[in-house]
Ligand binder design. Structure first.
Ligand code: SF4
Length: 319
């Protein structure tokens, strides 16, 4: 991560606040080679043990997998009935538009970026394209307006990125290279790169909706995958909420890495129990009951949804 992404004199106050939070401090952060070796050894030993229980299956573990097994297990095992909605499409299009912005040369207007993002998504065979094709002019105009709002907020609150800070969007990371259990992360934005063993990388996830603890766990998962793979932990993690600046930033620490690895291994253990060994899933009523496809027939979910004290439903879509 560079010390400065843009000349501060040209930044808005909101951009300066963001930059103050994400910039590298003067004190170098260097995690010991022994710590990284211990983490890799612990993961390798656990994976060898899990491999005996996998019965030839291969499992991919992402932040969504862990959020699922640590959320309501019954919902996690329910058939995936994913459907595009305006809210989900807004996140996807805004994300693509911001991705274009980060690599755009010269001035770009939010509406121009959103139009380009929609055009590119329409050209893809899978994903959002079939849903976009069903939209009439009015719905498309609504979608453009929502996405332009998000891109505008990003431009107003996130400092312009200097190419020397090595901004990379949608950076995929996997560890190990092959095997029965694969940990996979894909960060919305990374900046910086390690200098020898010195941690200098910032990992950013863009979010819409409200702040929930899971978002920090998502980023910590990226941090442990990065550590296992590149052998140098990142420096900082940032959740950037497009509806509420400044970002929530967390320094990477040894305790964080150790506890995140344990959480990840606990998640793989639960995943094998549920998906391979047939343990009956538990129910954990909570916010996910609001969009759970099983809610209508779930007494625990209905009890939760009819409590007087739950806040109004708001989405918490990642972009
Ligand atoms: S309604 Fe709630 S408790 Fe019931 S299965 Fe869905 S998420 Fe779990």
């Amino acid at each position: 991560m560079s010390d400065s992404s843009a000349p501060t004199s040209r930044l808005t106050p909101a951009q300066e606040s963001t930059l103050d939070l994400i910039r590298r401090t003067t004190e170098p952060l260097v995690f010991s080679a022994e710590l990284v070796a211990e983490l890799r050894e612990e993961a390798n030993e656990a994976f060898a043990h899990f491999g005996d229980r996998l019965d030839g299956n291969q499992v991919f573990v992402t932040k969504h997998t862990l959020a699922g097994v640590f959320g309501c297990e019954t919902q996690f095992l329910a058939p995936d009935e994913f459907e595009w909605t305006p809210s989900r499409a807004r996140g996807q299009v805004s994300h693509r538009a911001i991705q274009l912005l980060i690599n755009w040369r010269g001035e770009a207007a939010p509406a121009e970026l959103v139009d380009e993002a929609i055009a590119r998504l329409l050209n893809e065979e899978k994903g959002l394209s079939p849903w976009l094709e069903t939209l009439g002019q009015g719905d498309l105009a609504d979608l453009r307006a929502m996405c332009s709002d998000h891109v505008t907020k990003f431009m107003e609150c996130f400092p312009p990125l200097d190419p020397r800070s090595r901004p990379v969007t949608e950076s995929s990371t996997q560890w190990p290279v092959d095997g029965q259990i694969l940990l996979r992360g894909r960060a919305d934005l990374t900046m910086g790169k390690p200098f020898e063993r010195e941690s200098r990388k910032l990992i950013v996830d863009f979010k819409t909706g409200r702040v929930v603890p899971r978002h920090r766990e998502d980023l910590r998962f990226y941090a442990i995958v990065e550590t296992l793979y590149r052998q140098v932990p990142p420096l900082k993690l940032a959740s950037f909420y497009l509806d509420a600046a400044p970002p929530i930033v967390e320094d990477v620490t040894e305790n964080m890495l150790r506890s995140t690895l344990r959480r990840t291994l606990d998640g793989v253990h639960a995943l094998i129990e549920l998906r391979v060994e047939g343990r009956p899933p538990t129910k954990s009523p909570g916010a996910p009951c609001r969009w759970c496809p099983l809610a209508a027939d779930c007494s625990e979910g209905q009890t939760y949804l009819h409590r007087d004290d739950i806040a109004d439903a708001t989405d918490d879509e990642g972009l």
